[in-house]
Design a protein around this ligand. Structure first.
Ligand code: ISL
Ligand code: CA
Length: 567
């Protein structure tokens, strides 16, 4: 049980919208704010209680809006500030809160702060960014050896002043210098401006990257990688908790809003400091440990894939469920706009597509914490293996492909990793119906629609009471009715079962048993009665036709069967 209870952000369910790919209202092929407004009743029917909106700010779109050139203006492709205000009003009228994306580790290089900063060393904005002199070494002229997340060096030379600026992401995403108090003042003022407009909180992009270690030391070089890994010097840096504490005091404190950090590389002990109910500056963090389970540790990037194991998924889940018990609150997710589609990654998107998508929904909603549904997940949308690199749009994928081709790796090998892990898997347009372009646009979509939209689409699923969509609707509703689903203590059972992920949730007198068969063959939860002391109970929800009381003795779970039992 959490040390804090009854907060709207604990008891609700979030839905992430990636606006470019959600719904296009004007036929230019790009999703927009009026498109979202046209689907508000769909969101209300699903039962979600908060939306996290990926960036809609003015941006040259080097990284689809995660490169912001004006934090207080709306991207023209998406509409106007009046459209945004109408969206906020439409959500609030339906009892749905709105959480905005806050991207302040970096700006766009087209932000006026950076335009000024690069002009001269004396410019008042110079120190808003991280500028260093180059080295005398013609082989490695960069100030240090850090690599960028999007391939190549994390530094770019600027001829105007003959210095280099730091960009942990793309060359068009220079990192802000949080050591500079004026940067913090400006960021905090901007956040306050949005809160005054009525937003209900922020999801904070790579917020644990904002404090860099003094001296910016070289990072370790893994294998034959060309650049060093600077993560040790920019993740959870020395002043991070101080900066976030200041943000809390000056911006968030005293308001009924949520602060959610996106924090790659946190462990439960660090997270517990960030989200401690009394002293933590934020309310929840997105951790990444389960997102790394299919990465080959011997490889040099996330595109070097390896099979994930149920054993490891159990370990990571237990680590976070138990790690934050009583001292923090988990943000639960299996997908987002940076990750592959969950049914393709952790389920079986062919033979057991429907069953495994519902099993994953069950897994997401029966852990302690707040579930985040990523758009299209509720329809069981799948990965899309484009045949040609030409069809890809994501800067991470394109830079990686170009860099690795130059190093001599084959197109086939590279496309394999991209099919499995590329971010465009989750960025194809939402499949609304079986009309051309899945009803997403009347024009040409900015990225191709997944060709399976004839079988997988919202119209079909709304009409089918056994669909994945209706299963999500039911489980979202169920969570609201059973506090044990929200607050119950998590305990793993059948720890070494090779197919079944089983756990109990306990809240006062209320006990649930969750059984998830993560496999293509049937499985028996042998020993569960001895281990839990529970012989059976009533089915609360499940993805096969079961109802009433079931007994554990002799129970056989069908492939990808999920069942939640109240004992
Ligand atoms: O995409 C990832 C997997 O390679 C993540 O590591 C991702 O780069 C990381 O989680 C940071 O993501 C966030 O910041 C990026 C942006 O591209 C992502 O879309 C955003 O979610 C830079 O702003
Ligand atoms: Ca549009």
């Amino acid at each position: 049980m959490s040390a804090v209870t009854g907060k709207w952000w604990q008891e609700g369910v979030f839905y992430q919208i990636y606006p470019r790919s959600f719904a296009d209202s004007n036929g230019d092929g790009i999703g927009d704010l009026q498109g979202i407004i046209s689907k508000l009743d769909y969101l209300a029917e699903l039962g979600i209680t908060a939306v996290w909106l990926s960036p809609v700010y003015q941006s040259p779109n080097d990284d689809n809006g995660y490169d912001i050139s004006d934090y207080q203006a709306i991207m023209a492709d998406f509409g106007t500030m009046a459209d945004w205000e109408a969206l906020l009003a439409g959500l609030h009228a339906r009892g749905i809160r709105l959480v905005m994306d806050l991207v302040v580790n970096h700006t766009s290089d087209e932000h006026h702060w950076f335009v000024e900063s690069r002009k001269s060393k004396e410019n008042p904005y110079r120190d808003y960014y991280i500028w260093r002199k180059g080295k005398d070494d013609p082989e490695h002229p960069e100030p240090n050896n850090w690599g960028s997340f999007f391939s190549g060096s994390a530094w770019k030379h600027d001829p105007q002043t003959d210095e280099w600026f730091l960009h942990i992401f793309s060359q068009k995403q220079p990192d802000l210098n949080w050591e500079n108090g004026r940067v913090r003042d400006d960021v905090f003022d901007m956040m306050t401006w949005w809160l005054d407009k009525g937003v209900d909180g922020f999801r904070m992009d790579v917020i644990n990257f904002i404090s860099k270690a003094p001296g910016l030391p070289d990072g370790a070089v893994h294998g034959d990688a060309r650049y060093g890994d600077g993560a040790a010097y920019y993740i959870n840096g020395p002043r991070l908790l101080e900066f976030l504490g200041e943000m809390n005091q000056r911006v968030l404190a005293g308001r009924d809003v949520v602060g959610i950090g996106e924090t790659p590389g946190v462990d439960p002990d660090y997270a517990a400091k960030v989200v401690n109910p009394e002293t933590g500056p934020l309310d929840m963090v997105f951790q990444f440990e389960h997102m790394g389970l299919d990465t080959d540790p011997a490889g040099t990037s996330k595109f070097d894939v390896a099979p994930w194991s149920l054993e490891a998924l159990k370990q990571v889940t237990v680590r976070w469920q138990n790690g934050l018990e009583g001292r923090g609150w988990n943000a639960l997710y299996l997908s987002n706009h940076d990750q592959p589609r969950q049914v393709s990654r952790f389920g079986n998107d062919t033979r057991y597509w429907r069953e495994s998508a519902k099993l994953l929904a069950t897994f997401l909603h029966t852990q302690q914490g707040t579930p985040f549904i990523y758009q299209g997940e509720e329809l069981g949308m799948t990965n899309v293996p484009f045949d040609s690199i030409e069809d890809y749009r994501d800067i991470e994928t394109l830079n990686f492909f170009r860099e690795q081709r130059a190093l001599g790796r084959s197109e086939t090998e590279l496309l394999h990793g991209i099919h499995v892990k590329g971010r465009d898997n989750s960025r194809t347009p939402i499949q609304w119906d079986d009309s051309p372009n899945a009803g997403f646009t009347t024009g040409t979509p900015w990225i191709k629609v997944n060709p399976n939209y004839n079988e997988i689409n919202a119209a079909q699923q709304i009409a089918d009471s056994e669909s994945i969509f209706h299963y999500y609707r039911r489980i979202v509703a169920l969570r609201k009715q059973h506090p044990v689903l929200i607050y119950g203590r998590f305990q793993l059972v059948l720890a070494s079962h090779p197919q079944i992920f089983a756990y109990t949730r306990t809240h006062g007198d209320s006990v649930l048993l969750v059984l998830l068969n993560f496999s293509d063959t049937s499985a028996t939860p042998a020993g569960i009665v001895d281990e839990t002391g529970h012989a059976g109970g009533d089915v609360l929800i499940g993805n096969y036709a079961r109802s009433g009381r079931i007994e554990m003795e002799g129970l056989s779970l069908a492939p990808w069967e999920a069942v939640v039992v109240k004992v």
